[in-house]
Design a protein. Structure first.
Length: 402
């Protein structure tokens, strides 16, 4: 959980200072968090981070980090809401390529509201979950703008600095994308071979059995890098003790994994249990990027599918299982997103009780004559073997540990 720091720097609008003044003994390889919040609006607020070049342009759309693209290709910036913040990012600046000169953190209203209607907002910088600096603002600072440039990290004289911008911006997220020199994929528009287009839409599969099919890829790169992310609440709710106090919530450890079947009939599993992490560049073209064993990694767990070789894949069953901590799936409040380059992000929530079941089959990805079809499963099981039997994988299972 984040630690409140009485010595946190309070930043005013326009304040610029080096990161070494915010983080003591800061090294560029250090990993830190940006927490963001805007309250008082009935509409959804979309937060994004734009990685800009020296001309302050989004010359590479892969460096826009937002709900439809949760991580930069280098891993320097990822969506990661620290506990206590509605939104946020995790940053490790030494991973950024030298052509990325600036990271601008923005907020945009998805609806008819305006920034003057907010009650309060902030951007804060945290190191090891401890707040080190905060820039606060409220609706009285703005007029009828629908977006904000909240703050930025930028290079100067070989060092990284922070600027508390607090500047309103007419138009929403799409207008910000265009302002930074990229193009927005319009709904229902015919596909054109234009570089640097960003898809801002998002699709939520609400009910069990809901499906979505993506058009067949028309490039040699196929579907590109498909990113599956599992995120969940870090702790179970606190409980009242016998004497009226509260006991600490128990840490939750969920694990992301999948069963896969290749076009040649090969079947196996990718998961942390048994150290079956897969391989992105070679068969099975699926890779689990590490394992969050404590539940403390804010961005959750990632499963990468190499869509350039989607023709080698027949089907993938994505699942999550409770390794320890959660009493029920509703307490975990888990959500999986599937991001395919150039397509709307697909969101699947684990929104059923699943009592006495430690496994949830989340979604099935299938190769339907070259097109990717995704179905929400939302089925719960008491173990790997029962899930396997239900979807007829036919594998043999034995108990194991991480």
């Amino acid at each position: 959980m984040p630690v409140l720091n009485a010595n946190s720097l309070l930043l005013s609008k326009g304040r610029r200072l080096p990161l070494t003044d915010i983080f003591a003994n800061y090294q560029v390889a250090a990993r830190f968090q940006i927490g963001l919040s805007i309250t008082g609006l009935s509409e959804t607020v979309d937060f994004a981070c734009f990685g800009l070049d020296a001309q302050q342009k989004l010359s590479d759309d892969r460096y826009m980090t937002f709900f439809n693209q949760p991580q930069t290709p280098c891993g320097a910036v990822s969506l990661a809401a620290t506990a206590g913040d509605p939104a946020g990012f995790c940053c490790q600046l030494d991973k950024l390529p030298t052509r990325i000169d600036r990271l601008v953190f923005t907020a945009a209203i998805d609806g008819n509201g305006t920034m003057r209607q907010m009650q309060a907002g902030y951007l804060r910088l945290l190191l090891a979950d401890t707040e080190m600096a905060r820039f606060s603002f409220n609706g009285g600072d703005f007029a009828d703008e629908k977006a904000l440039m909240v703050g930025e990290l930028y290079r100067k004289d070989g060092a990284w600095r922070f600027n508390a911008i607090g500047q309103g911006f007419n138009g929403g997220l799409a207008a910000l994308v265009r302002h930074f020199g990229a193009e927005v994929t319009e709904e229902q528009a015919k596909p054109k071979p234009v570089e640097n287009k960003v898809s801002l839409s998002k699709i939520t599969l609400e009910k069990r059995g809901d499906k979505i099919s993506l058009d067949k890829p028309k490039t040699a790169n196929g579907y590109g890098r498909i990113v599956c992310n599992l995120n969940w609440s870090t702790y179970t709710p606190q409980k009242k003790s016998f004497f009226g106090g509260q006991t600490a919530g128990q840490p939750i450890d969920l694990d992301l994994g999948c069963l896969y079947e290749l076009s040649d009939g090969t079947k196996h599993v990718v998961q942390a249990l048994g150290n079956c992490f897969g391989d992105y560049g070679n068969l099975p073209y699926i890779h689990l990027a590490g394992d969050d064993r404590s539940g403390e990694v804010a961005e959750g767990e990632f499963l990468y599918i190499n869509g350039s070789h989607f023709d080698r894949i027949r089907r993938i069953c994505i699942y999550a299982f409770i390794y320890e901590g959660a009493v029920s799936w509703t307490q975990a409040d888990a959500v999986v997103t599937v991001a395919v380059p150039g397509h709307p992000v697909i969101e699947v929530r684990l929104d059923s009780q699943g009592k006495n079941s430690n496994m949830c089959a989340i979604a099935m990805l299938e190769n339907s004559q070259g097109a990717l079809k995704l179905t929400k499963l939302n089925e719960y099981f008491s173990g790997h073997e029962k899930l396997d039997n239900h979807y007829q994988w036919g594998m043999k299972w034995r108990s194991g540990r991480k």
